[in-house]
Write a protein that binds this ligand. Sequence first.
Ligand SMILES: Nc1nc2c(ncn2[C@@H]2O[C@H](COP(=O)(O)OP(=O)(O)OP(=O)(O)O)[C@@H](O)[C@H]2O)c(=O)[nH]1
Length: 815
Amino acid sequence: MGKEDCCSTQLIDANGEFNFKGLQNFVSSVKLSRCGLSYAVVAIMGPQSSGKSTLLNHLFYTNFREMDAFRGRNQTTKGIWIANAVGIEPLTIVMDLEGTDGRERGEDDTTFEKQSALFALAVADVVLINMWCHDIGREQAANRPLLKTVFQVMMRLFSPRKTTLLFVIRDKTKTPLEYLEPILREDIQKIWDAVRKPHAHKDTQLSEFFNVEVTALPSYEEKEEQFKDQVAQLRQLFFHSISPGGLAGDRRGVVPASGFSYSVQQIWEVIKENKDLDLPAHKVMVATVRCEEIANEKFSSLMINEDWLALEHEVKEDAVRNFGRRLSSILDNFLSEYDAESVFFEENVRSSKRQQFMSKALQLVHPAFVSQLGHLRVKSLQTFKSQLEQLLRRGEAFAASVRTCSESCITEFDKGCSDAAIRHANWDASKFRDKLIRDIEAHVSSVRNDKLSELKAIYEKQITTALAEPVQSLFDVGGSETWASIRKLLKRETDVAISCFCPALSGFELDQDAFDRMMQSLKDYARSVVEKIAREEAGKVLMQMKDRFNTVFSHDSDSIPRLWTGKEDIKSITLEARSESLKFLSIVAAIRLDEKSDRIESILFSRLLEGKISISSRNSDIADSCDPLASSSWEEVSPENTLLTPVQCLSLWRQFMAETEYIVSQAISAQEAYRQSNNWLPPAWAIVAMIILGFNEFMLLLRNPLYLFMLFVVYLFGKALWIQMDIPGEFRNGILSGLISISSRFLSTVMDLLRRLAAEGQGNPAPGTSRASQHVSSQSFRSQVNSPNPVSSSVPSSYVSSNISTENDVEYTSR
Ligand SMILES: Nc1nc2c(ncn2[C@@H]2O[C@H](COP(=O)(O)OP(=O)(O)OP(=O)(O)O)[C@@H](O)[C@H]2O)c(=O)[nH]1
C-alpha cells in the first residue's frame, strides 16, 4: 500500500477548535467502529521543525505536511492532525502534534503546548518524543521544557495504564546508542525528580507511569538511505503493537473503537476547560453515552423491523401461533446486536443500558402480547359457549357440562398464554384469565337462567293444563265444597309437578336457597293459576248467578223445564234459586286456598236472603256501622284474597234481584193464565140441568143404533178436531184468546182434515202440517232472563203486568 493511499485530517485547529465532523469522516473511512479494542493510537510531539512529520510519513506511510527546507524553517503543522497508518495491523491512528517551543505562538504562550501534550498522553498508547541528538545532556536542551510539561500534565491524568514514551533521537552521531541512552534516561529522571508532584505521587517512580523506550535515527537530510532503513526497522515495532509486550500492550483503559470519536472530543473539551482528566470516569462516561446510543439505535431499528411489524400486524387481526417464540427471536436478535456492539464497554454500564433497551423494547411489544391474550380469551370463551351448547343439546347435566367445558377451555387458554409468553419478561396473564373466568361465569349464569326458565315454563304449562279446566268445572258446580276440592286438586297437581321438577333441577346443582326459590315459585305459580280463574269467575259473577237462578227456577228436580200449571210453589222455588245464586256469590267473594274459615256465606245469607236487609234498603241501613256488608273488607279475609268486597256483594245482589224479578213475574203470570184456561167447562149445575132436561133425547139416541152411529161419527170428528187444533193448549192462555184462535184456525183445519181424508181415499198422503204449540215453555224464560230488556222481548204484552206483583213475591221484593 503506497503513501498516497492515506490523507490526514486536522483534528484540532490552531485555535483549539475540535473538528468532530472531520473525525467522524475519518473514523468511518477507516471503519474504526468495527475494531472493538483492536486498534492503537500513536502520537508524536517534539520541537518545531524537528522532522516529526517527516518521520511519521516514513514510519506509517502517512501524508502529513512537511516543511519545505528550501523555504526556511517555519511552522508547518498547526494544531493536531490525524491519519491512518498504512499497512499496519491492527489499525493504528497516527497523531501529528504542533511543534513545541515555536516562535509563532511566542515564548510565553505554552497553553496549547500543554493542552496538546495532555491530549496526546490521554488518547495515545504510544507517544513518540522527537529530540535532537545534540540536546542530550544539555541543560538548555529544547526538549527539557517539553518533558517537564509531559510529566506535569501526567499528574492530572488518572490513567490506569502505562503509556509508552518512545524517545526518538534524531541526527544521531557516531556515539553509539548504548552510551547515549543512559545519559538520556538520567536526564529524564532528573526532569521527573524536578517536577512538582502532588502529595499522593510524591514518591512515585517514573516507571509507574511510563514505559520509556529509546531509539536513534540518522539524519534524514544527510543520510537519507540509512534513515529510511532504520525507520523501516522501527516500523516493525508497530506491527501487532497491542499484543502483550508490544509498544501498546497495556490495554487497560482503552476506549472501544466505537466510542473513540466521542471520547477524544470529550477529552479535548475537558482539557480546554482546564479540568482534571479522570480517564476511568471518562471511560465510564463514554461507555454510558455510547451504550445508550447503541441501545437507541437498536430500539429504532426494532420499531421498523419487518419481522416485528409483520407480527404486530398479524396479532391485531387474530391470535398468532408461536407468538412467544417469534417475538423472543426478534428480541434476541436485537439483544445480540446490542451485546456485540457494546461488548468492549464497561460491564456495568452496558448491562444497565441493556436493561433500559429491554425495558423500552418490552414496552413497545407489550400491546401485541395484550392483543394476543385478548384474542385467546375471546376464542376460549367462544369455544366454551359452543362446547356447552353441544353438551346441553346432547342432554348432559348442566352443572357437569359447565365443569367439563370450563376446565378444558381454561386449560386451553393457559396453554395459549404460555405459548405467548417470552422469557425476557414475566408478563402477567392473570388479569386475562380472571376476565375469562368472569365471562364464563356470566355466560353460565345467563344460560342457566334461560334453561331454568324453559324448564319452569314446561312445568307451569303442565300445571296450567292440570288445573285450569278442573278448577273451572269446580266453580261451575259451585257447592259448599268448592274451595275444599280446589285446595285438594291444587295440592295434588302441585305435588305431581314438584316431584318431576325436583329431579330435573338436580342437574343444575343449585344451592339450597336457589333450589327452594325455584320450588316456591312453581308452587306460587300453581296458586296463581287458581287465583286467576277465581278472579275471572268473580268478574262474571252476576251472569253466573242469573244462570244458576234460571237453572233452578225454570227446571224441576229432574232438570226438566217447568210447566207453570198453578200447582208449583213459586215462593219456595224462588227462594231455592236465589239461595243457589247467593251461594255462588259467596264462593267467588274470596280466594280460599289457605284452610281458614270465614263467615262470608253466613253473612250473605243472613243479610241478603233471610230478609235482614232488603234489596231496596235505604241508605240509612247501609250507613249502619254494625252492618258487615257496609264494609270494603271481610273480617277474616286478607285484601289480596278478597275478590268481591261486602259492598260489591251487596251491589251485585241488588242488580241480580232487579234483573231476575221479571222472571218470577212471568212465572206468576203463566200460572194464572193456566188456571184460567182450565175453567172452559160449564159449571156443574149447568151440566146436571143439561142431563135432566135432555134425558129423553139421550135415551132416543141409545135406542136407535143409527143415531148412535151418527153420534159416534160426530165424536170421532170432534176428537180429531180436538187433537188437531190443540184446543186445551189454546185455552191455556185464556178463554177469549182460545176462542179467537180456534175460530181463526177452524176453517183451515177442517179443510186440511177433509183434504187429508180425500187423499187417504185416493191412497196419496197429504203434506204434513206442524203441530201448533202454544204453551209457554221454560226455554222462553231463559231467553228472556238474559235479554237486556226482557219486558220488550217477544212475550205477549198481556203477560206483562206491573200489577201482578202478588204476595208470593212481595215478601222478597219490597218491604
Ligand atoms: N537535520 C535534519 N533535518 C531533517 C530531518 N528530517 C527532516 N528534516 C528536515 O527538517 C525540516 C522540517 O521537517 P518537518 O518534518 O516538517 O518538521 P516538523 O517537526 O514536522 O515541523 P513542524 O511540524 O513545523 O513542527 C524539513 O526541511 C526536513 O527536510 C532529519 O532527520 N535531520
